[in-house]
Design a protein around this ligand. Structure first.
Ligand SMILES: Cc1ncc(COP(=O)(O)O)c(C=O)c1O
Length: 384
């Protein structure tokens, strides 16, 4: 029988780099600082609560927008940490992971021919969603040294077809963060050109050196045109639970939910209830994350002082970029594989996050790991 033929809608897309590097790390018994997940457990009370919710019989579909108890807790957390009121009924949607919310927001808003601006290096799930919606992604590079946005360049790239800008702060993979002035520039341009914004804020609580996270929710003209997207996986060290939420004004939420209804319909019920109970009992937990991860960043960066890598300590996220220019001139993709096999340490090559990779010598390392693992990794790196 002839094989059925298919015209791929995503011909450029292969297996993502995170899966490739994690598999390679497992195969070679390497320390895995590639994929972004903690190697330590979530708070015990949260894990126990999930078991309890399951055994208490909370195992059927949740309401489409999420369990009301969790949406109320989310609204209270947004008020506590960002000083902003949100309506849990009409503005908050609980989703099975930030990725799903990003997909639904883009799908709900982007029509064929629309243009969407993203910044390179760029997290990998934005462009495929734009492509599947028939839109075109316009990649604007961040400035090479400090990974900041050149707003003049953005302004000169906004065409009449431009419909949306996607931002991500704190930023994966670079660890940079957007400042108040950036949000003001974004607000000015979004208003002037009537643009929607998807703001990927999954690392909102991981901002270091006493700096503040600036959310689109805190800027009135951005608030009315933005989807702000969050992940409990990052905040509570449960990336495998794939649970997050989307905050948007009612008319945008209504359209996003229409897509969510037919992509996933709901997020997992007992997980939602466990998170709601945990937040109820420990409302200040998220506020402890910055110092916890900052000490990991500092441990890793200090241990690398005697290495030949060049680095600027991350301002946020749990990723640290290292420049290996003084050690090798190999391509980052080749080197990341080579070091995983040879030196038993896996990282992510930075060039995979850009549409047009420029000549660069940078790797991304995840420091959401136990201290002994970080020190062992630093030891390997210092010998290179
Ligand atoms: C910047 C960014 N956005 C979104 C996600 C996806 O989050 P989730 O696992 O909740 O889908 C990640 C996960 O690594 C991320 O780093």
């Amino acid at each position: 029988m002839p094989e059925i033929t298919l015209q791929s809608k995503l011909p450029q897309v292969g297996t993502n780099i995170f899966s490739i590097m994690s598999a390679l790390a497992t195969r070679h018994g390497a320390i895995n600082l590639s994929q972004g997940f903690p190697d330590f457990d979530a708070p015990r009370a949260l894990l126990e609560s999930l078991g309890k919710q399951v055994m208490d019989g909370h195992n059927q579909y949740a309401p489409l927008a999420g369990m009301p108890a969790l949406r109320e807790k989310i609204a209270a957390q947004i008020l506590r940490y960002r000083g902003v009121s949100c309506n849990p009924e009409s503005e908050i949607t609980v989703v099975p992971g930030a990725t799903e919310a990003i997909y639904c927001a883009i799908t709900a808003c982007i029509n064929p021919g629309d243009e969407v601006i993203v910044f390179d290096p760029c997290y990998d799930c934005y462009e495929p969603a734009v492509t599947l919606a028939g839109g075109n992604t316009l990649h604007i590079p961040l400035t090479p040294e400090c990974f900041s946005i050149d707003w003049n360049r953005v302004e000169s790239n906004i065409s009449p077809r431009c419909r949306m800008i996607i931002i991500n702060s704190p930023h994966n993979p670079s660890g940079s963060t957007l400042a108040h002035a950036d949000l003001l520039e974004l607000q000015r341009l979004a208003e002037q050109h009537n643009l929607l914004v998807v703001s990927d804020e999954v690392y909102e609580h991981l901002v270091f050196d006493n700096a503040q996270h600036h959310s689109v929710l805190q800027y009135p003209a951005l608030r009315e045109r933005s989807f702000a997207i969050y992940s409990f996986g990052k905040t509570f060290s449960v990336t495998g639970w794939k649970t997050g939420y989307c905050v948007a004004p009612p008319h945008l939420t209504a359209e996003m939910r229409k897509v969510h209804q037919y992509v996933a319909f709901v997020a997992v019920t007992p997980i939602q209830l466990a998170i709601a109970e945990f937040i109820e009992n420990e409302p200040s937990y998220a506020g402890t994350l910055a110092s916890f991860y900052q000490s990991k960043r500092d441990l890793f960066c200090t241990a690398l002082k005697r290495s030949r890598f060049k680095l600027t300590p991350s301002a946020g996220t749990y990723f640290q970029v290292l420049d290996y220019g003084a050690i090798s001139s190999e391509l980052d993709t080749t080197l990341a594989e080579h070091w995983t096999c040879e030196h038993k340490l896996a990282s992510i090559p930075m060039s995979v996050f850009s549409a047009e990779p420029t000549a660069q010598t940078q790797l991304r390392f995840c420091f959401a790991k136990n201290d002994e693992v970080l020190l062992k990794a630093a030891d390997i790196l210092c010998k290179l």
